[in-house]
Design a protein around this ligand. Sequence first.
Ligand SMILES: [Zn+2]
Length: 138
Amino acid sequence: MFDDPQAPEWAPLLDAAWMARSHAHAPYSRFQVGAALLTATGTVIGGCNVENAAYPVCLCAERGALSAAVAAGLQPGGLVAAVVVTDVAELTPPCGACRQALVEFAGALPVLLANRHARQLHRLENLLPHSFTGGHFR
Ligand SMILES: [Zn+2]
C-alpha cells in the first residue's frame, strides 16, 4: 500500500493537501504549499504554509499538518503516508526541518510529491538518511 504514486489510495490525501494549499498564507513568497498526513487511525489531516512578516516565524505546510495531527492524538509510529503539493513545475520535497519533524513520528514514511501534472514517490528514510532520533538518547 502507498507504493505506487498513481494508486487510488492517495486520492483523499491529495484532496486534503490541495484544499489546505488553497488556504495557504503566502503573501511574501507567493509559494503556496499544501500537505496532508494519513495517520494509523485512518485520519487525514491537511496543512498549509503560513508565512509571517517576521520571516523566521514562517511555518511549512508539513509541520502545520503534523502539529494538527499531534493535537488530534498522533503518537510516534502513527504516521502512514504523507503528501506535499505545489503548483510549480518542479516537484517540491519537504525541507530539512520538516523531514526531521516527520521522522519523529515515522521513519519509513511514504512521501508523495505532486503538482497538477506529475507525482513522485519517496520514502522518508531516503529523504533523511542517518537521521537523528530519540533512540540516540538511549
Ligand atoms: Zn519545511
